[in-house]
Design a protein around this ligand. Structure first.
Ligand code: TAP
Length: 494
């Protein structure tokens, strides 16, 4: 049994062991392509390098997945369930070490990263159980002497392409659904957070998942991701990322292919005068600033009934000012870590400047924290701007950073129109106690997920997906698993 001290020291050994590695056909091999650095966003240090997968390595991974599909899809569901349970156990046992890898490359505080790893372990157990509950149907027929069976068959080889904000869960949901359904998978994680995905592959090997069922290729999305999109032996693309890249994937797919696209958001919160204001403040701050707002379902914009507007604005500002920032490894309990890279930080600054130039009032934050601890990292104080309008980017575009805009409204119908005035449709939040308001708002909001008096829009049992430019298809729940199956109608004549 390792001591805590030895476990801390093992972090850089863990990353060093994954340096330049690709996981293909059940083994780690050193990639032969160009090396790309991976940076710790909290201090700018290079923590390791990945290998950009070459065309030959992409081919090797897809061929391995194709070969493994024949065997894996023929396994009994209970065999696949056992593998998933084992995977979940191994991930939970090593949660701290895996969380350190994630914090080093993504920036979120260690305890938050550990929470994400443990949620991935839970997802393994959820899908293990679902794997044994996939059943077909015998449907009513149109003539005597016939029987119609509708059976479910796994789609085949899945290409999974994922972003950097949830490096474990967004890989894991696709991995779990593939394993449960009998599909095999080639994963292309985000270029800046590859080591978490490689660490998950390590657990798959330890769990005894057969060679070729899971493969991980690192490198640039525009090359490796695109190669998976275009590969005729990849039957489905499971993508999470921006709407722009999702649309590009849909348009550039050269064959007819199953696609699930979990894309961007621009999520509203509506707070009516009947709401429990302290609860709404707590929800706004949690869903606005967790993971530095780098969440597709982050609260981006808040519409507040005028009678409670000033009170709400000042309470949210004060709560944002109380949040503590820190290097996620050194301050595991910090509320916010570093942002993942310069790109979302610059976008946040841009949206803030745009809002201030157009007349918004700065209520909290608006700058990087001061002090040597923060000097070399991508830190930004949680920022609140009030008196916003729909002329401002903060209200109409996804910021993907720690910036929240607030705007007053007079009538609930006006708030609904403003909330729906967006090309996105991922998640919306409502704080209200009046039942009529609750029913009116939950029916009228054109979003895949609506949370009332809470901010937990996604749970493992319920389908999670977006409308409009926020995507097609679902993750989570039975509906999420169905995305990995084809239906087959078998008509029997006796
Ligand atoms: P993207 O830039 O879209 O990147 C996502 C993934 O696509 C990365 O692995 C990227 O590789 C890859 N990629 C880039 N160009 C590609 C191409 N031409 N073909 C195939 N793959 C390609 O998103 P991001 O900046 O990492 O993540 C933030 C976005 O993800 C936000 O819009 C956020 O709302 C969205 N998101 C949505 C959800 C859900 S559930 N709806 C959850 C989390 C995040 P590289 O890393 O090499 O660029």
């Amino acid at each position: 049994m390792n001591t805590q001290h030895e476990k801390n020291n093992s972090l850089f050994e863990s990353i060093a062991a994954l340096e330049g590695a690709l996981f293909i056909d059940g083994e780690f091999r050193k990639g032969t392509g160009a090396r790309l650095p991976v940076e710790n966003p909290a201090n700018g240090e290079v923590i390791g390098h990945i290998a950009a997968a070459t065309p030959a390595e992409i081919e090797a991974a897809v061929s391995a997945a194709r070969r493994a599909f024949r065997l894996w899809s023929a396994e009994l569901p209970k065999t696949r369930a056992r593998a998933l349970h084992r995977l979940g156990e191994l991930i939970a046992e090593d949660a701290l070490n895996m969380a350190k890898i994630m914090t080093s490359e993504q920036g979120k505080p260690l305890n938050e990263a550990k929470g994400e790893i443990l949620k991935l372990a839970e997802a393994c157990h959820f899908y293990a159980e679902e794997a044994t509950r996939v059943h077909g149907e015998i449907v009513p027929n149109d003539q005597h002497g016939f029987q119609s069976l509708v059976v479910r068959e796994p789609v085949g080889v899945v290409g999974a392409i994922t972003p950097w904000n949830y490096p474990a869960e967004l890989v894991g949901w696709k991995l779990c659904a593939s394993l449960a359904s009998g599909c095999t998978i080639v994963i292309k994680p985000a270029e800046i957070t590859p080591f978490t995905a490689l660490a998950i592959a390590e657990k798959c090997a330890e769990a005894g998942i057969p060679a070729g069922v899971v493969n991980v290729l690192t490198g640039k999305g525009s090359l490796i991701g695109q190669a998976l999109v275009e590969h005729p032996q990849v039957d489905k693309i499971a993508f999470t990322g921006s709407s722009a890249v999702g649309l590009h994937i849909q348009q550039s797919c050269p064959q007819v292919k199953r696609l699930s696209l979990e894309l961007g958001g621009n999520c509203p919160m509506i707070v009516t005068a009947s709401a429990d204001i302290p609860a709404a403040v707590k929800g706004a701050v949690r869903r606005g600033f967790r993971n530095c707002g780098q969440i597709c379902i982050a609260v981006n914009r808040i519409y507040v009934h005028r009678p409670v507007y000033d009170d709400f604005v000042s309470q949210v500002g004060a709560a944002a000012d109380r949040l503590v920032l820190g290097n996620g490894l050194e301050m595991p309990d910090a509320d916010l870590g570093a942002m993942a890279s310069a790109e979302p930080l610059n976008k946040t600054r841009g949206h803030l400047n745009d809002a201030l130039e157009k007349g918004a009032r700065l209520i909290a934050g608006g700058k990087a924290p001061e002090g040597a601890h923060y000097a070399a990292g991508y830190f930004f104080r949680p920022t609140v701007v009030a008196d916003c309008t729909h002329e401002m980017q903060v209200m109409t575009e996804e910021t993907f950073g720690p910036l929240v805009g607030i705007m007053p409204f007079d009538r609930v119908e006006e708030a609904i129109a403003l909330a729906n005035d967006t090309p996105y449709g991922l998640a919306a939040y409502v704080y209200a106690r009046d039942l009529t308001e609750i029913h009116t708002l939950s029916a009228a909001l054109d979003y895949g997920n609506v949370a009332i008096n809470n901010v937990d829009a996604g749970i493992m049992n319920a389908p999670y997906g977006g409308r409009k430019q926020s995507g097609v298809g679902y993750e989570h729940g039975r509906e999420g698993l169905l995305e990995y199956f084809n239906f087959k109608h078998i008509r029997l004549y006796h």
